[in-house]
Write a protein that binds this ligand. Structure first.
Ligand code: FES
Ligand SMILES: [Fe+2]
Length: 344
C-alpha cells in the first residue's frame, strides 16, 4: 500500500510535532506527501499549506506575528483560516483580492503534540486514558524520522514472533521462538489484543521491570487504532509496574514516518528515572528501526495478492490488513502499489 495514493488516510488524525517546536516560529512538516506549515496562532496551533498563494514561497520560511503567519518573500500575511489578511504592496484601503488564500487544515493540540487531519475526520484523536490519570507520569520518549511505512511499524508492534530474534540481546528469548498467542477483540476503531509474553530480565532491566528475577513476563493489553496509532499496555506482574507506550506512526510520504512515542509509568522517578527508561529502550528501538528499514515499505494490505507470505497464526497482522482493506474498499479505492521493479 502506498499511503499517499489512499485518500481515505487523509481522514484520520496524526501527531506531527511537539507543541514546543512551535515556540521558535513556523515549523514545516510533510504529511501524506502534502507540505504543511505549522505555527502557533492566538487560540492554538494552526496548519496551512506551506505555499504562499503569491509566488509559491514556503510560508515556513517566514515568521509569526500576532498569531498570523507572514511570508518571508513579500510579506503577505495569513490568518488561521488561510485567508490572506494583509498585502503590504497594496495602496491604502485597497481591498485584498478575492481568492487570496491558502488551504487550511484541522489542527489541535493533544498530549503535548500538534495533531492534524487533512480531511473530514472519520474518528477522533485516540484517547490515551493514562494521560489524565494522576497515577501515571508522562514521558516524551522520542520523536524521530524512520525510513519505513506506518503499516510496517504497526504490524511489528503486535508481532510476538520477532522478539526472540530482533531483541535476542535484550529481552528476547532465542530458545523460545514460538510466539505467545493473542486474545483479540475487534472494535469499531481497530482491536484490543491481550497476551502474556515471557521475557529475559537481565540486570540492566531490573529497575525497568521492577523485579530482579532472571526472567519475568509481560502481561500486555495492547490496542490498535486505525490506521497508525497503537498502545502497548504492559504490566510486569511480579512488581505491578505499568509500562504503557503509545505510538503514532505519522505518514510523511510512502517511504518515511515520523514516529512519536509517549511513555506512561505508574511508578516514581526515584524508582526508575526518565533517563534510565529512555536509555534502556534506546537500543531496543534501534533494533526495531534497523530491521524495519530493511523491509519493503510497500506493505501489502490485500492478502489475496501473493506479494508476502502471511502466517495464519499472525492474527493481529491479518485483522489489521482486513480492516484496512475494508476501509479502502468502503471508500471506493483500490490498493495502490509501487510499480514492479521500482527501487526500494
Ligand atoms: S511569495 Fe509570498 S508574499 Fe510573495
Ligand atoms: Fe520490537
Amino acid at each position: 500500500m502506498l499511503v499517499t495514493q489512499q485518500p481515505v488516510l487523509r481522514r484520520f488524525w496524526y501527531a506531527l510535532a511537539p507543541v514546543t517546536a512551535l515556540a521558535d516560529g513556523p515549523h514545516p512538516f510533510t504529511l501524506l506527501g502534502e507540505r504543511l506549515v505549522l505555527f502557533m496562532g492566538n487560540q492554538g496551533p494552526v496548519a496551512l499549506a506551506d505555499r504562499c498563494c503569491h509566488r509559491t514561497a514556503q510560508l515556513s520560511k517566514g515568521w509569526v506575528e500576532d498569531g498570523q503567519i507572514v511570508c518571508g518573500y513579500h510579506g503577505w500575511r495569513y490568518d488561521k483560516s488561510g485567508a490572506c489578511v494583509c498585502i503590504p504592496q497594496l495602496a491604502d484601503n485597497a481591498p485584498i483580492p478575492n481568492g487570496a488564500r491558502v488551504p487550511a487544515y484541522r489542527c489541535e493540540e493533544k498530549y503535548g503534540y500538534v495533531w492534524v487531519c487533512l480531511g473530514e475526520p472519520l474518528q477522533g484523536i485516540p484517547d490515551f486514558e493514562e494521560d489524565s490519570s494522576p497515577a501515571y507520569r508522562r514521558i516524551f520518549q522520542f520523536y524521530e524520522r524512520w525510513n519505513t511505512s506506518p503499516l510496517r511499524f504497526m504490524e511489528n508492534s503486535f508481532d510476538n514472533s520477532h522478539f526472540s530474534f530482533v531483541h535476542k540481546a535484550n529481552f528476547g528469548m532465542l530458545n523460545q521462538p514460538q510466539p505467545s498467542s493473542y486474545q483479540l477483540q475487534q472494535t469499531e476503531w481497530g482491536f484490543e489484543a491481550e497476551t502474556v509474553v515471557p521475557i529475559n530480565n537481565p540486570p540492566a532491566g531490573h529497575r525497568i521491570t521492577g523485579t530482579d528475577t532472571p526472567t519475568t513476563t509481560r502481561h500486555l493489553f495492547n490496542r490498535w487504532y486505525l490506521p497508525f496509532v497503537r498502545r502497548f499496555g504492559c504490566t510486569y506482574p511480579d512488581s505491578g509496574v505499568h509500562h504503557i507506550i503509545y505510538n503514532c506512526a505519522t505518514p510523511i510520504d510512502d517511504k518515511h514516518i515520523q514516529l512519536v512515542q509517549w511513555l506512561y509509568r505508574n511508578d516514581s522517578e526515584a524508582a526508575c528515572s526518565t533517563e534510565e527508561l529512555i536509555a534502556w529502550d534506546a537500543p531496543i528501538t534501534r533494533e526495531d528501526q534497523d530491521i524495519l528499514e530493511a523491509t519493503d515499505y510497500d506493505a501489502c494490505v490485500d492478502t489475496r495478492r501473493r506479494v508476502e507470505f502471511h502466517m495464519v497464526s499472525d492474527k493481529p497482522g491479518l485483522i489489521m490488513r482486513k480492516m484496512l482493506f475494508e476501509l479502502l474498499q468502503a471508500h471506493g479505492e483500490e490498493e495502490q502499489f509501487r510499480p514492479a521493479g521500482a527501487a526500494l
